[in-house]
Write a protein that binds this ligand. Structure first.
Ligand code: URA
Length: 432
């Protein structure tokens, strides 16, 4: 078999056999197939798509490309969640401690920033000392002891996806349903949790721009998960505007801490409550409302925050920074984006806002780029808000003074200011 023929077959719209997909996944993981052929393959899939069977085969091959964590000893208590990627989405940092202090076992593998979207692993690494690499034995030991662990794709879990994910990030092949579904579900299957809640983002800042595409992606992932014996539920949530007010790694950790302490922005808080409640309802087989009551209680009585500290400390993070978030990495420069006219913010393009935060240093332009953990944006005005000419729309943070004006220009292009107030869209669209 030759990779050349597989690329050509897909380029011409053919359906790949299981053996051909296995050949690609094995060869790419072992370094026998170079990045340039894998990029051509991803681009061919981007344009020609994949059948349900091809997507399932790609998912299984990638999930088996490394270790498969066996969590069967925890029975049906293991839970996992995944977001399809958004801007300002720090929900995992909140959901993990909340559900684990309610008795669920959160065993999660997360990704890095991808394209204009942020990644949980980068956010966690903005806490000095935090280790995102645990062997499968250490991963298991930690969840046994404290009921929560989030790791990056190290320790040989789904290494094929790890390589392909980083490559897609820099080759414009991210927003493609079969590639996203297989990427997410390969990690979920390898990480071993029984109950999986998928947060499928929809809108300008998401890879899925329309509700229709978001539903297709949600259904595809649910099918794969259920066929592999997992409880899967997908929630479609809005990503037209960034979630919360903070975009950028350390800034988002600070905002997550506010929610864990019972405060924080309402949209972020409500979305976390919805995802946690669905997860607990499914895992414990209780009603959504009963689960919601439990979730709200641990967010207000401090137990979720205590669990967060225990988790961050177990993975080596500096707990002083969690107790006093002002000690987290801070940028040398800040720059205010000013409104040039008065009016209502009628639309925000979250993808552009994510792009502005990448310019500031919060994301990567190439897969080798380092991240400036302190960089990012604090959004002062969101969709529906009234703003006066000269008021601050957002404050930009970076350690590179040269990029501030460029990022401010991109940020201002992301906003539409009108005379009329618009209806805000719902935060949660649908449960699949
Ligand atoms: N999240 C993933 O894990 N993979 C993707 O392809 C997109 C979002």
């Amino acid at each position: 078999m030759r990779m050349y023929d597989i690329i050509r077959k897909k380029r011409d719209g053919g359906e790949l056999l299981k053996e051909e997909i296995d050949f690609f996944v094995e060869g790419y993981t072992k370094g026998k197939i170079p990045d340039y052929q894998a990029s051509a393959f991803a681009m061919a899939v981007f344009f020609k798509g994949m059948t349900e069977e091809e997507t399932a085969n790609l998912t299984l091959a990638m999930s088996k490309s490394g270790d498969m964590v066996d969590l069967s000893e925890f029975g049906d208590k293991t839970v996992d969640k995944h977001s399809t990627g958004g801007v300002g989405d720090k929900t995992s940092l909140i959901i993990a401690p909340v559900v684990s202090c309610l008795g669920a076992v959160m065993a999660k593998m997360s990704g890095r920033g991808l394209g204009h979207t942020g990644g949980t692993v980068d956010k966690l690494e903005s806490i000095p000392g935090f280790r995102v690499e645990l062997s499968s034995d250490d991963f298991k030991k930690q969840i046994e002891e404290i009921g929560v662990a989030i790791v990056g794709q190290s320790g040989n879990l789904a290494p094929a996806d790890k390589k392909l994910y980083a490559l897609r990030d820099v080759t414009a092949t991210v927003d493609c349903i079969p590639l996203i579904a297989s990427s997410i579900m390969s990690k979920k299957l390898a990480a071993g949790a029984k109950t999986i809640v998928l947060d499928v983002k929809c809108g300008s800042g998401a890879f899925m721009k329309t509700l229709e595409d978001a539903k297709l992606l949600a259904e595809e992932m649910e099918k794969i998960g259920k066929n592999c014996g997992r409880n899967v539920l997908a929630v479609i949530t809005d990503m037209d505007s960034p979630l919360g007010h903070a975009v950028g790694n350390a800034l988002e950790v600070k905002e997550a801490i506010e929610v864990l302490k019972g405060g924080g922005p309402e949209d972020l808080r409500q979305e976390c409550i919805c995802l946690c409640s669905n997860m607990i309802a499914l895992e414990e087989n209780i009603s959504y409302d009963e689960a919601k009551g439990k979730v709200e209680e641990v967010l207000s009585n401090g137990k979720a925050f205590e669990k967060f500290k225990q988790w961050i400390s177990a993975q080596g993070g500096d707990i002083k920074m969690i107790e006093n978030p002002d000690l987290l990495p801070t940028s040398a420069y800040t720059y205010d984006v000013i409104a040039e006219r008065s009016g209502y913010i009628s639309a925000m393009n979250a993808e552009r806002i994510g792009g502005a935060s990448v310019i500031l240093g919060a994301g990567r332009a190439t897969k080798e780029d380092p991240i400036d953990y302190s960089a990012g944006i604090i959004i002062k005005k969101k969709t529906g808000d009234y703003v006066k000419e000269g008021e601050v729309l957002a404050s930009l943070h970076s350690n590179d003074e040269k990029v501030l004006e460029d990022a401010a220009w991109v940020y201002s292009l992301a906003l539409t200011i009108s005379d009329e107030k618009v209806e805000n869209k719902p935060l949660i669209f649908e449960r699949i």
